[in-house]
Design a protein around this ligand. Sequence first.
Ligand code: HAM
Length: 421
Amino acid sequence: MATINAVKGFKDILPDEAGKWQYVEEKAREIFSGFGIREIRPPILEKTELFQRGIGAMTDIVEKEMYTFLDHGEEYLTLRPEATASVVRAYVEHSLFAADPAAKLFTIGPMFRRERPQKGRFRQFHQINVEYLGLDDPRVDGEIILLLHHFLQSMGIAGLQLEINSLGCPACRLPFRASILKFLEGKEEGLCEDCKRRLNANPLRILDCKEEKCHKISAPAPRLLDFLCRECDDHFAGVRAALDGFSLAYTINPRMVRGLDYYTKTAFEVTMEPAGAQNAVAGGGRYNGLVSELGGPDIAGIGFAIGMERLISLLPAADETFRSFPHLFVAALGSKAVENAYHLCNRLRMKGVWVEMDYAGKSLKSQMKRADKLCCRYVLILGEKELIDKQAALRDMETGTQETINIEGWEDTLLTKLKTR
Ligand code: HAM
């Protein structure tokens, strides 16, 4: 019968890789707890309207990349392409702001975008998301960027490049919009179809277009940074001062727009030398209008998401570092010994010791070979003679030395030995 493979762009995380994922997740939980960030787990399926309104109907994600379906003829649902809209939806739906608008939240899980699969780009990928709500001070922007940097650095990732920009607020975008539309007058024909269509609704998108011809046209375009209103300008200065205070190196990239429409003021991305902006390992920014856009009060927000596949591909530690191995192999010979070994193994397993044994009646030689292949540190040898003598042999596979242990009380002896090594 023909085999069935996974869907294109969807990837299995195999047991040998899982250790890296667990390491990254544990590190995230450990560091986030120090920053007082609590976990939230929104569902992966949402009403399509959430992303249309939240991310913006004219973004690439919403126009081209969402997995959307009509659920039994009733309503359109979408596999989440990102988590921010869902976190804010939950914050509003459960009035998490009622007692205290300030909330620091994180969520880890899969996202879905129907992009063209290529290196570092998948259709199901995973993100670590951090979202701060109800905190508008520029020092908060500095703190969240520091957190992102610290988290990536704590895993030994070198060559981090931080880029920041300010995308202003609706008040600064009005004059900017007029200016960029004027700049593009007579140049419309040279733009790609998407940009032509989006020109009037959101001219900022043109700066973000991946098409070479649009890039060329927009290169000398006016910069939003030059149109910031007083408040946004001060806020951006505050963010830069906070980063300087932490001695965090950054470059200002006035062309960074980010692919989602909810951003206001600070936007940032972390890329890796020499991967380039296409392969940002993390991105984020402030979204002060999103809570009210999704029906809540006027509450500020800022956050970031790290692409886990990209992060994991950058981990410097060797793959073996993340693998774990059995503590013990029990090589039993003869039915009575196998019976004893079987009970010993399961009692030790219930105490958290990883023990393996053979059930197929193999020779001692082939059991020793298997123990070696599994990289077991110790092998306990148990045959009919050992049962009569009430003593079993414990071999240290690393040093090649062997000792005898009394079968009476062996469970405790082994527990002490294996757990303290
Ligand atoms: P984003 O820039 O769309 O932002 O995605 C963040 C990160 O997710 C990217 O930098 C990248 O590492 C990873 N990523 C995105 N698409 C793919 C893909 N197709 N395959 C593999 N990795 C991918 C957001 O999603 C915002 N929600 C971030 C945010 C949180 N802003 C505020 N709060």
